[in-house]
Design a binder for this molecule. Structure first.
Ligand code: CAA
Length: 247
């Protein structure tokens, strides 16, 4: 069986780590991309993985910079031979009611969460088509499906990610390349820890399952979509939201 090469952006973050570990445990060759400012954190993260018996490579990459992605991902392709799987997981929040939202809060979120999907996928896409195999999974959010007070920027970016998925799925379908979205609900991470406690409590009480998701539950959905034998699933938006939004 071919050893698949998987690139995960946001790879040393909470959800990204769980995805990397799940893929590495499955025998894939995994590269965790992280922000260039996080080199020290990334090397410590690698040591933790090695302690758990997992060999995961890291790549400093500013996903908001097309120029950087173009150069570094061309090198990645030549170093690894090919990249079979891309998980676009890098994301930030800059929550604010729209009446107070500053232009940096808008542009930072659109650049990191949405433009990154172009920046990272574009340099690797043609090789996937030529290889006749590829899996792209975009990590969106329940808030891209239903909106959220205080997240006009984030909801716009996350909805945009699934628009990208639906269009690109049609371009990859005849070439063995699938493109799907996973839309987590509220996941227990530092990102959701940052929500004011009273608001967080109100959010959790509105989740039919009465709890946030674990990172492993999200990783499991991604792992399902990238499997070699799931070629017929493309253009889908798989919710992992505990019933918070059902469409
Ligand atoms: N719905 C309706 N009105 C609301 C509201 C809500 N959810 N929250 C606040 N308001 C109202 C207040 O009642 C108040 O009304 P008045 O002006 O009439 O008194 C007004 O909005 C307050 O506006 P502010 O701009 O002062 O709001 P704030 O600073 O108190 O809070 C916020 C703004 C920080 C964005 C806060 O709403 C918030 O934290 N919202 C949650 C955002 C959220 O869910 N983020 C998810 C982060 S995790 C993630 O994103 C991962 C994922 O994919 C799910």
């Amino acid at each position: 069986m071919t050893t698949r090469v998987a690139l995960i952006t946001g790879g040393i973050g909470a959800i990204g780590s769980a995805i990397c570990r799940r893929m590495a445990n499955d025998g894939m060759r995994v590269i965790a991309a992280h922000h260039p400012d996080e080199v020290e954190a990334a090397s410590q993260w690698c040591e933790e993985q090695i302690a758990d018996g997992l060999q995961i490579d890291t790549l400093p990459l500013d996903v908001a910079s097309y120029e950087q992605c173009e150069v570094k991902l061309a090198k990645l392709l030549s170093d690894y031979g090919n990249v079979d799987i891309i998980v676009n997981c890098a994301g930030i929040t800059r929550d604010s009611s729209f009446k107070k939202m500053q232009k940096e809060q808008w542009y930072d979120v659109i650049n990191v969460n949405l433009n990154s999907v172009y920046n990272v996928t574009r340099p690797l896409w043609n090789a996937m088509l030529e290889n006749g195999f590829g899996r792209v999974v975009n990590i969106s959010s329940v808030n891209g499906q239903r909106g959220q007070f205080g997240q006009a920027n984030y909801s716009a970016a996350k909805a945009g990610m699934h628009g990208f998925t639906m269009a690109l799925a049609q371009e990859g379908a005849s070439k063995g390349v699938t493109v799907n979205t996973v839309s987590p609900g509220y996941v227990s991470t530092v990102m959701t820890d940052a929500i004011r406690e009273d608001i967080r409590t109100a959010i959790v009480s509105g989740i039919p399952m009465g709890r946030m998701a674990t990172v492993d539950e999200v990783a499991s959905a991604v792992h399902f979509l990238v499997a070699d034998d799931h070629e017929y699933i493309t253009g889908a938006n798989l919710p992992v939201n505990g019933g918070l939004f059902i469409s």
